[in-house]
Design a protein around this ligand. Structure first.
Ligand code: ADP
Length: 408
């Protein structure tokens, strides 16, 4: 069963085509700079890597056209025709309170996604436009939505409510939603497999540390709390987002600097985090690390601040779950930065987490599925590096849902 996984962003479409009989990736790639003067297309199979500059990619429909043409190209493609695509799985950012699991996209689900636009004004319109373009290009192919927020719908009310006037929740559904749900779900399930224990019996803290970053308390396979909130701005310090700050700071900026809502939004989302602390010099953790190794005081402070915040959430979520069995690191930083992992974990000996220095400094090979434990044999709490694989989970959900519908 061939499943096409699509991740439609505002100016890009990422894709993977998987053969779900073997879970093998047949082809993957990205169309970038949609709507710009010149789009870019990267395409990769087991045998080849291609980069092109396709003309006239004005919207998601044209980007999906480029992808389907490439997949069925007589020389470079992997499919005889688009008929060989049996289902499409979409990564969708916001499913609100009504979509608490992956779903076949029908008129009802489509309507809910539209209703969720105010909650994710940058992401949901692009996701919907990708779904609509797919319906036109592949009208008879079932489509499944896998929502970033769905995994966190198990968070109890006392943890998802903000201590704000009740009418704000009633009127706007203003509450903690959390994001990166597909990633937290994938790595927590994989961690249980690697531990050889039923996930229902495990307390796992998953740290997704990429450009955006979040930590989740996964208790018995369910999200019990997560660091992102109503938007992806809260929680950890990130590449250009501030994470947790005193909520009075935006008001201070408005009063003292005359900031408009737009400027506050820009400052907190795009000019803060690593970028803000370094006065726009760095945004990429690789560059911060390079300077850290040269004992640069600014980069040392940035990296220590970053790790401190991750550790603080690990402490908080250990308290939330009354214990922890395993901590998982994923995302570009979690998978690659032994420095960050070391600074996060070294002071956690009191919890029974004993980091193995050599195990932690092993260079996990990016993109190869390389994964493993970084704590010493016998450590009461284990820590793991597990590369996330949201596409695989989206394809698995899509396959399960399509087969279940066909069996009805
Ligand atoms: P996104 O959230 O956009 O999917 P990724 O999960 O790819 O991002 O993570 C991007 C982050 O990972 C960047 O800050 C980048 O610096 C960091 N990163 C990637 N490789 C390394 C590395 N070898 N060492 C440290 N950080 C890395």
């Amino acid at each position: 069963m061939n499943i096409l996984v699509l991740n439609c962003g505002s100016s890009s479409v990422k894709f993977q085509l998987l053969d779900m009989t073997t879970e093998r990736v047949l082809a993957k790639g990205i169309v970038e700079r949609i709507g710009a003067v010149q789009a870019r297309f990267k395409y990769e199979t087991e045998e080849k890597r291609i980069e092109k500059e396709p003309p006239d990619v004005h919207d998601h429909a044209e980007a999906i056209g480029v992808i389907l043409d490439q997949l069925t190209d007589a020389q470079e493609g992997v499919l005889g025709s688009v008929e060989e695509i049996e289902a499409v799985g979409h990564r969708v950012v916001h499913g609100g309170e009504h979509l608490s699991e992956s779903m076949l996209i029908d008129d009802r689900v489509h309507k809910v996604l539209e209703e969720c636009i105010p909650l994710a004004p940058l992401h949901n319109p692009a996701n919907i436009s990708g779904i609509d373009a797919t319906s036109r290009a592949l009208p008879h192919v079932p489509q499944v939505g896998v929502f970033d927020t769905a995994f966190h719908q198990t968070i109890p009310r006392m943890a998802f409510l903000y201590a704000l006037p009740a009418w704000l929740y009633e009127k706007y559904r203003l509450r903690r939603y959390g994001f990166h749900g597909t990633s937290h779900r994938y790595v927590s399930q994989r961690c249980a497999e690697l531990l050889g224990a039923p996930i229902g019996e495990l307390k796992i803290i998953t740290c997704h540390l990429g450009n955006g970053a979040s930590v989740t308390a996964v208790n018995g396979g369910k999200s019990e709390d997560t660091s992102m909130g109503f938007t992806p701005l809260s929680g950890l310090m990130m590449g250009s987002r501030c994470g947790d700050i005193d909520p009075a700071i935006p008001v201070f900026l408005m009063k003292n600097e005359g900031f408009s809502p737009g400027r506050v939004d820009n400052l907190l989302n795009r000019r803060s985090g690593i970028k803000g602390l370094s006065s726009d010099k760095y945004i990429d953790m690789r560059d911060v690390e390079e300077q850290y190794f040269k004992n640069d005081p600014l980069c040392t402070e940035i990296i220590e601040m970053y790790a401190y915040r991750v550790r603080k959430y690990i402490g908080a979520y250990t308290a939330v779950m009354s214990g922890v069995d395993a901590v998982v690191f994923t995302g570009g930083i979690g998978e690659n930065s032994s420095v960050v992992r070391g600074l996060v974990c070294s002071p956690l000996g009191y919890l029974g987490l004993e980091l193995g220095r050599k195990l932690n400094s092993y260079a996990f090979k990016p993109g190869s599925g390389d994964e493993g434990m970084i704590t010493k044999e016998g450590s009461k709490v284990s820590a793991w590096v597990i590369p996330t694989n949201e596409e695989l989970l989206i394809a698995r959900d899509t396959k399960d849902i399509v087969l279940a519908v066909a069996a009805r």
